[in-house]
Design a protein around this ligand. Structure first.
Ligand code: ATP
Ligand code: MG
Length: 402
């Protein structure tokens, strides 16, 4: 029997006119994701994707990778036989040999209408057969074993486990955004949430090297490699921020420092975003989490850019964010000790209710466009490739806190 991965789409099913386009994006993404692991010739058919497997295909690794592909409702490792009752019975006999279960049900589904019987009739027919074969009773509610039988075209696909997919929309179906990625817990989760809605997310990090360590940059690099599992490859911009911070510290009132840092980050990110064709900026702000994230301050920071700023975590509690950060495997990297540029020269009493005019006034002492230009000129960029290796923090080259 031939083996395949059978993929059922998530929201793509709701798309009407451009459904094929979404399906093709998912197909392309899955092809890249499983390069070298599955057989060639992924096929789109009857609202499903079929990925042929080789005998030696690493099932666990394929499962791990497919869990990162958005646009999938669920997937399964299936066996293919002819869409013929006798062939299906034979396959069930073979596949159930050695399986121990106290109850079962058959769950038949027709993907196309080629088969002469409807799903109910198939359930009854195969249920009676398995009952007679094994002596185990059928049970409709919470059976030990569910035998899924999907009838699609000239074939039947048999499987016992349905694996939940990542949901959302396939990679690269919603356009580009640029995410401001600190080394913290929140911004990687914000990036992930935008990727899940089909965005291609590029990253920008502001650093104060040599005042902050080179490890802070390495940390962001590692986070972006782990995040790139969801989009295969991306780009990371590293912006030198120390000179700019020095000027802010020299000329602006201490309570406004962090907000002024943020406004410069937005301005610089906007220039980079426009160069890259990104249509919005993304941050990990969550309302009220820290002083810079009150409504007033978010408004004052947002006012310097024309681009929309997406803040997908705005209504999330820290615990929810941490749970997601753990599940996407960025958490353990985020909590490694580092120095963020915003922790430099932070005043004891930061402003929580900044008025835009006050910030504008504080900036009048600075040559804003020159500072932005200089930072953009000093920016370096690097390609980021998805890193699917198991995360081993000890190998990341960081000093672990005592
Ligand atoms: P995070 O865990 O993402 O660092 P946080 O709770 O520490 O979030 P802040 O430090 O107030 O929040 O930063 C708010 C947002 O500003 C971050 O989520 C991120 O999007 C952006 N940001 C802060 N510092 C940097 C930086 N050095 N480089 C890029 N973006 C940054
Ligand atoms: Mg931070």
């Amino acid at each position: 029997m031939k083996r395949f991965v059978l993929i059922h789409y998530h929201e793509i099913n709701l798309k009407k006119n451009n459904r094929g386009w979404f399906e093709n994006r998912l197909k392309e993404h899955v092809t890249a994701l499983l390069d070298g692991l599955a057989d060639d010739g992924i096929r789109r058919f009857a609202g499903r994707l079929f990925i042929p497997l080789r005998l030696e295909s690493p099932i666990q690794e394929i499962e791990r990778r497919l869990r990162t592909a958005f646009g999938i409702a669920n997937f399964a490792f299936v066996w293919e036989v002819a869409a013929d009752l006798e062939a299906i019975r034979g396959a069930l006999r073979e596949l159930l040999t050695g399986k121990r279960f106290g109850s079962f049900k058959i769950e038949a589904r027709r993907g196309t209408k080629d088969f002469s019987m409807n799903s109910q009739q198939v359930n009854a027919e195969l249920g009676a057969y398995v009952c007679e074969l094994t002596g185990v009773p059928a049970k409709m509610e919470n059976p030990d074993l569910t035998c899924f039988v999907e009838l699609v075209g000239q074939h039947a696909y048999i499987y016992f486990d349905k694996i939940p997919g990542g949901g959302g929309l396939p990679a690269r179906t919603s356009g580009r955004v640029l995410c401001l990625l600190s080394g913290g817990i929140d911004s990687p989760v914000a990036a992930y949430r935008m990727m899940r809605r089909g965005c291609r997310v590029l990253f920008v990090h502001f650093h104060s090297f040599p005042h902050t360590t080179i490890e802070a940059q390495e940390k962001v690099r590692r986070i972006s490699q782990v995040l790139s599992r969801f989009e295969m490859e991306s780009k990371l911009f590293l912006v030198p921020f120390a000179d700019l911070q020095r000027e802010i510290v020299a000329y602006a009132p201490p309570p406004l420092r962090v907000l002024l840092y943020r406004r410069f980050m937005m301005r610089i990110a906007e220039v980079l975003a426009l160069e890259e064709g990104a249509q919005g900026l993304v941050t990990g702000d969550s309302l009220g989490q820290v002083a810079s994230q009150t409504l007033e301050n978010l408004k004052a920071v947002s006012s310097v850019t024309q681009l929309p700023i997406f803040r997908p975590l705005i209504g999330d509690d820290k615990e929810d964010i941490i749970r997601t950060a753990r599940s996407i495997e960025t958490y353990d990297i985020s909590i490694l000790p580092d120095q963020d540029c915003c922790t430099m020269f932070v005043p004891k009493h930061p402003e929580t209710m900044a008025r835009i005019e006050r910030l504008d006034q504080a900036e009048s002492a600075l040559d804003v466009s020159r500072l932005v230009e200089a930072a953009v000129r000093g920016t370096t960029s690097e390609k980021v490739h998805a890193d699917f290796r198991e995360l081993r923090i000890a190998d990341c080259g960081f000093r672990i806190a005592d």
